[in-house]
Design a protein. Structure first.
Length: 270
């Protein structure tokens, strides 16, 4: 399966949002492959992804960091999709952070989601091709990465394949901190529903909630990872101006920490 990519992108600007926090520890994709433990439950007109696994991968930003987005999209993403195949990977999204005037730089230069269709096929491909994929990294960046194994815990709006190149996305990441709490069930059943009710499908095309898969020891970098994909920027901004206070007031009901917010544009799809 070849990657679908293009050089054209729609990099809209966001308002009232800022990067709040940064955390995480780096691991490699090859090392994590064997830990993936869920598979998609069924296939149909709408692919059932709730309960399946998604890798959240973030490349760190910092002084003297370089990143070649076009090489990643045209070569690295294509390499992964060719070696792993669509038996293992349902969808691969490459998110390029949007530079917002007056805001601090993003703590990450790239945000990637890899949706696992079959855990065993993914692990087998990682064992066979992981070294080749890792060897390609210096061709596009000199930075390290954070990888988290997530379980897709809820979704609303369009399905996984409803989003498209050039579409804007907001990633919301709740960092793990000592003693911090995050309730993924409340977020899915109450907060996500509240957001969709207030913003509507005219503003948000797709909403996705993920929680970290259990680890044998230690904690995942993030307690919760959320993607919502913007249908119409003007409608999204208008809803935000009207309802942000209501949403902020609900945060203590599910989280004891403020999130990191990363606006981005979908720059490549596999």
């Amino acid at each position: 399966m070849k990657s679908l990519n293009t050089g054209n992108s729609r990099e809209s600007t966001f308002t009232r949002r800022e990067m709040l926090r940064s955390t995480g520890q780096g691991v490699t994709l090859a090392a994590l492959a064997s830990a993936v433990g869920c598979s998609t439950a069924g296939m149909g007109e709408r692919e059932n992804i709730v309960g399946s696994t998604c890798l959240t991968i973030l490349y760190r930003n910092g002084d003297n960091v370089t990143f070649d987005y076009d090489y990643y999209r045209d070569n690295h993403l294509t390499l992964i999709m060719e070696r792993y195949g669509n038996d293992a990977i349902s969808r691969y999204e490459m998110h390029k952070p949007i530079v917002m005037p007056g805001a601090p730089p993003s703590p990450y230069v790239l945000h990637v989601n890899i949706y696992i269709r079959d855990a065993e096929a993914f692990a087998a491909a990682g064992a066979e091709h992981g070294e080749e994929v890792a060897a390609d990294v210096p061709n596009f960046t000199n930075t390290g990465l954070v990888v988290q194994n997530d379980i897709i815990w809820g979704e609303s709006g369009g399905d996984l394949h409803s989003t498209e190149l050039g579409q804007t996305c907001m990633a919301i990441l709740y960092p793990h901190e000592e003693g911090a709490t995050f309730d993924p069930d409340y977020y899915r059943d109450k907060h996500m529903t509240l957001i969709m009710d207030l913003y509507g499908r005219e503003a948000i095309r797709r909403f996705e909630v993920r929680k970290p898969a259990p680890l044998p020891q230690g904690n995942a970098p993030f307690m919760g990872c959320i993607n919502f994909y913007i249908e119409d920027q003007a409608a999204f901004d208008a809803a935000g101006a009207e309802h942000t206070e209501t949403l902020v007031a609900d945060v203590p009901n599910f989280s004891s920490v403020l999130p990191m917010v990363i606006p981005s544009v979908i720059y490549g799809i596999g």
